[in-house]
Each structure stands twice: as structure tokens, then as C-alpha cells.
Design a protein around this ligand. Sequence first.
Ligand code: GRF
Length: 203
Amino acid sequence: MNLGILISGRGSNLEAILGAISEERLAAHLRLVVSNRPDAAGLELARRHGVPTVVVDHREFGAREHFDRAVVEVLRAHEVDTVALAGFDRIVTVVLLDAFPGRVVNVHPALLPAFPGLHAQRQALQYGAKITGATVHLVDEEMDHGPILAQAAVPVRDDDTEESLAARILEQEHRIYPLALQCLAEGAVRVCGRRVRGGVPWK
Ligand code: GRF
């Protein structure tokens, strides 16, 4: 699997994926990291690991589709076949999805379809949810939506803050994102409508 990772910020999921590749838990070549923000800390992390990086600054494009076209071009130039969004803060369009059909993956800090969008941990706290978690899913045209590859539940504690909850969810993101990508790499995943069969084997 030739992976391209799209980031906007610190890149802790990127780091987890890099760790899984180096420990041979994930059979993938990380071909490229793309950031829409020149100051994303994850760019430096990628460079330290010898991974090529490209900045495609969304502010230089009028329409989302034009930005996505530029991203697709750099991904193709680096022979990427699978795209992982990892803390990428842009809504993707059909331009990206059509270029990599069934091969664009995202991680979200809630048990989708609950709490899509920004501040998912805050939403869970404000709603009074007792259990939230992390979801890895194939991306479709709706935000934080698409067939689910893996989920992990995280109990909400009475004394949780947004930060403490986010930290425990993040641990689960780092665990299940490489597992879900490995399922894709093995071709173990069959998408039947909204359902994914043969996904992450639970332990
Ligand atoms: C993660 O919580 C992810 O689920 C969300 O943004 C955060 C990114 O964190 N989409 P990082 O950049 O991978 O550290």
C-alpha cells in the first residue's frame, strides 16, 4: 500500500502510523505527507523520518475543488494509492474522492454517527454521553461520514474535562488507525452498502 497522509496540525496520528510501519504492524510505504498549513508540526515529524512533505496552502485556492485538484496532483506524482486524513481540517470534495475511490480514510474522535464535526469531545461532554470513542471510516461526500472500518469505545468519567477525554480518545485513535489501514492493505475489507465486512479483528 502506497500511503499519503493529509495533515493540518501536530500529527500524532501520523506518528502512530509511522510507528506501526517501522514495527511492521502496517505493511505500507508512506510516500508523502501533505499539509494545508505551512506551520503544521507534523511536517517536521515527517521530515525527521525521511518522509517527503508538500505544503498545499488552501488559502491560495478559490474553490475547494481547485485545492483538491492540486492535492491529487502531488499525491499522484508520489504514486500514492491510499489517502489517510489525520487531523486534516478541510472538507474534501469529489475531486479527491473520485481520484482514490474507496481509498480515502479518516479518523474521528467520537463514535460516529454520534458527534460529527468540530469539538467532538466537547459535544460528548455537553450531551452527557457516558461512552464515546474513536472511529476510523472510509470517507464519502458528507463530513465525518462513510462506511466504518474500526471503532473503539472510551468511557466518559464524571471528572473528565475536554482535554482529559481527548487524551484517552487519542490513545484509541493511535491504536485503531494502523489496524484499520492494515485491513485495507491486506485487501481484507469488503464494503457492502454502508457496512464493512472483514474489518479490524477485535482482541
Ligand atoms: C484527532 O483527534 C483526530 O481524530 C481529529 O483531529 C485530531 C488530530 O490529531 N480529526 P493529530 O494531528 O493526529 O495529533
